[in-house]
Ligand binder design. Sequence first.
Ligand SMILES: [Zn+2]
Length: 72
Amino acid sequence: MSLSEDFRLPVACPACGSHLMRVSSVKNPDDQVHCASCHRFVCLWHEAQTVLKKGSGSESESLIEKAVNRGA
Ligand SMILES: [Zn+2]
């Protein structure tokens, strides 16, 4: 039984530089997304979706930076 799944985020984890993120398999908009390698909180699922749509770039980077600084 898998309770979470991994996906690749266009923006790297600010702590370890990994692009592999983990989210619950339910994927509620407010579910927390954590880095799959260092387990740091990165953003919420709805924010990750925005970044996935936008792709890499300064807009996505600042969105993730804000989410990380805001914390869980
Ligand atoms: Zn990390």
